[in-house]
Design a binder for this molecule. Sequence first.
Ligand SMILES: *[C@@H]1O[C@H](CO)[C@@H](O)[C@H](O)[C@H]1NC(C)=O
Ligand SMILES: *[C@@H]1O[C@H](CO)[C@@H](O)[C@H](O)[C@H]1NC(C)=O
Ligand SMILES: *[C@@H]1O[C@H](CO)[C@@H](O)[C@H](O)[C@H]1NC(C)=O
Ligand SMILES: *[C@@H]1O[C@H](CO)[C@@H](O)[C@H](O)[C@H]1NC(C)=O
Ligand SMILES: *[C@@H]1O[C@H](CO)[C@@H](O)[C@H](O)[C@H]1NC(C)=O
Ligand SMILES: *[C@@H]1O[C@H](CO)[C@@H](O)[C@H](O)[C@H]1NC(C)=O
Ligand SMILES: CC(=O)N[C@H]1CO[C@H](CO)[C@@H](O)[C@@H]1O
Length: 834
Amino acid sequence: MSAICLLLLLLLLHCIVSFRPIEALFSPKDHILINCGGNETVLSADGRAFLPDTLPDASSPFVLSPTSHDVVRVGSSGVYGSARVFREAAEYRFRIRQKERHFVRLHFYPIRSSLYAMKSAVFSVMANEYTLMRNFSYSKLDLGESFVLKEYIFRLERLSIKVTPSIGSIAFLNAIEIISLPDDLIPPVASTVPSGTSVEIPSLVGFETVFRINVGGPALDSSNDSLWRIWENDHPFLVISASVRNASTDPNLIRYPAEVPYYVAPNSVYATAHEMADASVSNQNFNISWVFLVESGFQYLVRFHFCDFITTTENLLFNVYINNQSVLSPFDISNKVGLFNAYFLDFIADVPMNSDRILVQIGPPRVMVNFPANAILNGLEIMKLSDLNNDFDVHIENASGVQMAKNQKNGTFIVAICSVGMSSLLVIAAIVILFFGYHRYINESDLAGFLSPVAPTTHLGNSETKISTLSDASSGASPGIGQLLAFSEIREATKNFDESLVVGIGGFGKVYKGVFENGLVVAVKRANPRSQQGLTEFRTEIEMLSKLQHHHLVSFIGYCHEANEMVLIYEFMGGGPLRKHLYGSDLPPLSWKQRLQICIGAAKGLHYLHTGASETIIHRDVKTTNILLDDNLIAKVADFGLSKMGPTVDQTHVSTAVKGSFGYLDPEYFRRQQLTEKSDVYSFGVVLLEVLCARPAINPALPRDQVNLVEWAMNWQKQGQLEQIIDPYLAGTVSLYSLAKFGATAEKCLAEYSMDRPSMGDVLWNLEYALQLQETFSSVVGDGGSTNCMLGLPEWISQVENIENEHDMISVSSDVTDVATSRVFSQLMNPKGR
Ligand SMILES: *[C@@H]1O[C@H](CO)[C@@H](O)[C@H](O)[C@H]1NC(C)=O
Ligand SMILES: *[C@@H]1O[C@H](CO)[C@@H](O)[C@H](O)[C@H]1NC(C)=O
Ligand SMILES: *[C@@H]1O[C@H](CO)[C@@H](O)[C@H](O)[C@H]1NC(C)=O
Ligand SMILES: *[C@@H]1O[C@H](CO)[C@@H](O)[C@H](O)[C@H]1NC(C)=O
Ligand SMILES: *[C@@H]1O[C@H](CO)[C@@H](O)[C@H](O)[C@H]1NC(C)=O
Ligand SMILES: *[C@@H]1O[C@H](CO)[C@@H](O)[C@H](O)[C@H]1NC(C)=O
Ligand SMILES: CC(=O)N[C@H]1CO[C@H](CO)[C@@H](O)[C@@H]1O
């Protein structure tokens, strides 16, 4: 009986799912439309009502302060017929109903007025803590008579839009749109290429739409899109227009599988495409290429929209590239997606300082047997990600980049930038959107190749962590997790705990190198048999380790608890603790790139502890001796003896007696005895400084102001002169931008209050960025730091000064790049044409 009920239920569910009404329009919880400076409600061309901001009353969804401002109104051209003009800084504050991601759209159109020179107005706009535009000026865009539409996406629970005129100028706004978005419109994780590891997109990252393209189809305006977006034709971006042919089908034939919500893109985007022109060429082996000019020094989300309505009998199979890097090779759209199904894929591309473009290419795979050579693209979106400072406008690094180039009298330096440019400098990251149910389209083995070696979001739950009883340790070549081992086996592996095999001594006892019969080399941590002190820590560690498995955590192989013996067995880390590679030993010093890679590895391990396991785990003893290196200098986090489960959902912290290591302790934790994962972030900040300066966190032998590494280094960092105190071995080999990013990241980790500190995910993101910056630099000057280019510390100091003097240049260049990024959203419609 119950089986029948279940069956009926399933059938019913199936019906509900398959007859999902696609036509149903998305109805946002927040949908605030404002006609700035207007005296009445106006309808836009898509039929939406924009309320005037003249008299905000108690019921209106926003407050404008200060309230009294100048307005400009002309006849009736919709929202562009009026503007509010600001002579001083002013702020719109909005009531947001739903804490989720929102579109924030700002419309600018300078109305001709005898009173105000709106066209030449220079002003800045902030949304909450995000800087959207700095010293923006319409006149510098050279747009003729079209309006500018800026579109951003933020996760909001409150919103303030602040408009600030530059000194002696005014600011203006024509219209504002605030629309809450379906949460699955932005992917949760991203994978970096070529490293291929996936990182979370922190929820606080904002996006700015810079291009939204309906490939092979007409421009679409807001009435054609369920989220009132506009789409532009791809022709202006095609490198060779003769390489493509229009393809189109009836939009009503497009199907949206459950994994692709209809609001991802309208069916008219999926119903048009560009395919390879056959162009009566015998050789069909070419790429279709599009070039998009973007602002350098930012990361971009690149979203491809695909729908195959072209192939009939044969399979369609092609490669996809971003900036000459293969991101899908090949993409088997016929097998993965199926005819007429909408499909989309996201990637993250880094555009370094010395590049200003994103090159998107599709083309047939090299070896084409029994397939027609063809490739299609239906739509493309490019969104800029806000940086660590919540900034969308130009980076400081740009100025110094220019400075560096100028410093080189030798012309080959610049040539080197250009030619090495695209391949090694444009570093790209790829992501697969992991929308629920997505596995229907991408099976695990595809993902494995794509996201290798590790995805921090992979949930390795407790399910596979049964502690097996004995005996396959000697036979099983695969080091399983948490096996109980016989003491006799361990004694044999360590030659009866031979003193010559001791590789370390910790609070818990001695650590030996051991070799099992099957050749497995391990580290054996044996508690001092005379002390029972370690029992709690011993249990904690086994409990923790059995739940954890990650490429950047030291693998736990097994344990033994017999009579008085407590032994833990780990994979052997041939490189030993990180500290030994930094100071106090005669190991060769690590290069900056190696140090960054080690920090990234350790950050990945901690990020996994914080977010990857079923419960948040706080390490509590992050320090350079607990970060171990293997023979290839891959960093792994070790020693979970003090670890604690993090706060549960309804707690914000764990109260606990303060434990940890002197010099690394989070001051807030110390004061309030409330533990959160941000305490690890603090300790990790100390590790970053230790890595940079190659000295202990506390060194009482030094002059008083230098004893505490954090105080000392943060002093230099706040003066912008961190490069003065870096490990002398690094002098001349470190990219100043990489160092600046690294220093800023460490500073944020070391914030006094835990709420001001970034998550490990953010830290990871920024360290990877610092690495990209270093690689950019290395590919220009060479890994060894060619002495012709960089001459050690004195050189750095003068460069820092140069940055400060280049402020004017920065703002100019920001305006230059703005042209590229805002044109899309401005060419489309001429307000006069409405
Ligand atoms: C709003 O202002 C315009 C332009 O000054 C004017 O034509 C129109 O009549 C005004 N409407 C209202 C309701 O005051
Ligand atoms: C705008 O430019 C002025 C002068 O160049 C500068 O002082 C000011 O800080 C800039 N505003 C912003 C928000 O960057
Ligand atoms: C392809 O479509 C675009 C947009 O509809 C149109 O402008 C263009 O003329 C078309 N090209 C051809 C060859 O039909
Ligand atoms: C876009 O919307 C306009 C107005 O509703 C309509 O006339 C036009 O056919 C639509 N275009 C497409 C491609 O759907
Ligand atoms: C297509 O572009 C990629 C990346 O730029 C390149 O490696 C490949 O050789 C190109 N293929 C053809 C056929 O030109
Ligand atoms: C990337 O591709 C473009 C266009 O095909 C080409 O001009 C450029 O040289 C390539 N860069 C590298 C480093 O291969
Ligand atoms: C080099 C770069 O990434 N972007 C800009 C930096 O500033 C210079 C000079 O203004 C511009 O030419 C670059 O485009």
